[in-house]
Design a protein around this ligand. Structure first.
Ligand code: GLA
Length: 376
């Protein structure tokens, strides 16, 4: 229990408890930083935090996952540390807390590096909890941007804002449809439960990092394509224009642009499909999205492709990798009764190919960050 973990480390009770979830992205990958559309949902796996003020100008942050206590003077100037503590300290820095020292205990069941936004869950739980405790009055969208900036500016991962918005705005049974240009956020009722459907995560347990260059390279290629075409972002390109601009781009830039353009269209179609309860169409769009990430954006891996293939063979309506790529998790939309078959066939396929044993579990669309009791 987070309350006890806090007391053991700081010898006093915490003042506030908060939680923020991880997410799976149903469709719309690498479109967020191209000002496009995304459709993530928050999941029940989450990070919980207990927070209290201390009498010293020192932040003390304890992680129950790594069993480490990190200390840093407040206010935070330059952050010369590595590892997980950069995320919470980055958020404290950008919340511009003066010399009020904070004690924070953290515990998370979001798989680290599994492509399920363990980092956003960490940033948002700390950000939202501190925001409430110190009455900083940042609105949720403002908070999402502060958490994103912590990841961009402090951690050095050039990510978009999908994960933080999903973690803060998620709602049970709903997906979060985000227009990353207008920043309009709409909840979309998924109706999965009524339809007897579930989202299954296949965590390939292959490392997925956002600050090691590959993710940033994709972002640079997209920006360079937009630059050459004289447009503000790839959001401004549509399918009709795409063929006409091929000669202005390198072959790689063209493929990246094609992924973004077609992926934006797929998100819009997916939102419409789910609103009309056309789940087969929704699933087909998910699978098409995977092919586009594999062939045009080139961010999939042998494990993710295998997870998708085995899921489809087990009757999934659709399957795709989720998140930044280069490892992490795949997801499948499948009827509940077919989950055992999917599990068996993915495990068998992974074994045959000599891959690590994946973690396979169903997730439900869940609520976003919120205050909790310390007994959670
Ligand atoms: C990571 C980033 C997001 C987004 C996805 C890809 O999860 O944090 O901002 O770019 O990758 O869609």
């Amino acid at each position: 229990m987070i309350a006890e973990i806090f007391e053991q480390n700081f010898q006093k009770p915490a003042e506030i408890f908060w939680q923020a979830p991880g997410r799976v992205n149903l469709i719309g990958e690498h479109t967020d930083y191209n000002q496009g559309f995304v459709l993530p949902m928050a999941i029940e796996k989450r990070t919980v935090v207990a927070i209290g003020r201390n009498e010293r100008s020192i932040h003390r942050i304890y992680s129950a996952n790594t069993e480490e206590l990190i200390e840093h003077p407040a206010p935070i100037g330059n952050l010369e540390i590595s590892g997980w503590a950069r995320y919470p300290l980055g958020v404290l820095k950008l919340l511009e807390i003066s010399d009020q020292g904070l004690d924070i205990a953290i515990s998370s069941d979001v798989p680290i590096g599994g492509g399920l936004s363990s980092s956003a869950a960490l940033e948002c739980s700390v950000g939202a909890g501190v925001n409430k405790l110190l009455e900083l009055d940042n609105e949720k969208l403002e908070l999402a941007k502060i958490c994103q900036r912590a990841e961009n500016e402090v951690v050095g991962a050039p990510t978009g804002n999908m994960d933080q918005i999903a973690s803060l705005f998620g709602k049970a049974d709903n997906a979060v449809f985000i227009d990353c240009r207008s920043e309009e956020i709409q909840l979309v009722d998924l109706g999965f439960e009524k339809a007897g459907l579930e989202i299954v995560v296949i965590d390939t347990r292959t490392s997925h990092k956002l600050d090691d260059g590959d993710y940033g390279n994709r972002r640079d290629e997209c920006y360079s394509a937009a630059d050459k075409l004289g447009i503000h972002s790839l959001r401004d390109l549509n399918e009709q224009h795409l063929e006409g601009v091929q000669s202005q781009l390198t072959a790689t830039e063209f493929k990246r642009a094609r992924h973004i353009v077609t992926e934006n269209q797929r998100v819009l179609k997916a939102v419409q499909a789910v609103r009309e309860q056309e789940y087969f169409t929704f699933g087909k769009l998910m699978t098409e999205s995977h092919s586009s990430m594999r062939d045009d954006f080139e961010i999939s891996t042998a494990e993710l492709d295998q997870a998708v293939e085995a899921s489809l063979q087990s009757g999934a309506l659709g399957a795709r990798m989720t998140g930044g790529g280069f490892g992490g998790s795949g997801i499948a939309l499948i009827e509940s009764q077919n989950i055992p078959q999917l599990t068996d066939s993915v495990l068998e396929a992974f074994k045959q190919r000599g891959f690590k044993t994946p973690e396979i579990f169903a997730v439900k669309p869940s609520c976003g960050a919120r205050e909790i009791k310390g007994t959670n």
